[in-house]
Design a protein around this ligand. Structure first.
Ligand code: ZN
Length: 220
């Protein structure tokens, strides 16, 4: 993978979390809920998993402590579960019959592989605001516009807060390399790597492709 040294992805955090079967079941239902275009709540997850709401909340809080998702302040609604956001972002991913928001450019590009579906991705250049669009199948980027799109991936931030707040907002599409350079100049020359769209798609596949695949050997 062509990511900066020290970057911990959601796949890394998930494998480090060593979730037990029940925790992993809740995590999967959260992702499937977002994937179906709904925002998962503690109550719906409790029903789906056959748990009491308080037990479901306890598990969700543990998943939040691992930075696998985020709850709202009432602990009733899941706001974020990588790669999804219940709050609108610049990155829209359209599947047949539904549209979802991705937390960042790489998250958007990883969704087709994660869900095994074709998707249309639309976002905006983080410098000039012009539209960037891509069509992706689980294993191929079929077309995109403009032809020179690049993706910025910043170096790892301090562990001050969830990645959704620290890193995701800066993993962006740029319509051309010059606009990425202009954006970096205006933002204090942050460190990171420049990915072509095809490279960013491969990174997204690598990170998200296995998040819903069957567990190898769950513990507990
Ligand atoms: Zn631009």
């Amino acid at each position: 993978m062509r990511l900066p040294d020290g970057v911990k992805t959601i796949a890394d955090r998930l494998s480090a979390a060593r979730l037990n079967t029940q925790e992993d079941q809740v995590r999967r239902h959260v992702l499937r809920g977002f994937a179906s275009g709904t925002t998962p709540t503690t109550v719906t997850l409790a029903k789906q998993c056959g748990l009491s709401p308080s037990r479901a909340r306890e598990i969700l809080l543990r998943l939040m402590a691992m930075d696998l998702l985020s709850l709202d302040s009432t602990e009733e609604t899941v706001l974020v579960a990588y790669p999804f956001s219940s709050v609108p972002t610049p990155h829209r991913v359209r599947f047949t019959s539904r549209e979802v928001f991705a937390l960042c450019a790489v998250d958007a590009l990883g969704m087709p592989a994660m869900l095994g579906e074709t998707a249309g991705i639309s976002s905006r250049c983080a410098h000039c605001g012009s539209k960037v669009e891509a069509q992706a199948q689980p294993d191929t980027l079929s077309q995109y516009h403009p032809a020179e799109i690049v993706v910025w991936f910043p170096e790892s931030e301090d562990d001050c807060c969830p990645v959704a707040q620290s890193r995701c907002p800066n993993i962006s599409f740029f319509c051309i390399h010059e606009h990425l350079q202009a954006w970096r100049q205006a933002n204090g020359h942050p460190h990171g790597v420049v990915l072509s769209l095809v490279e960013a798609f491969e990174v997204g596949r690598e990170i998200f492709g296995s998040l819903l695949s069957e567990p190898a050997s769950p513990t507990g």
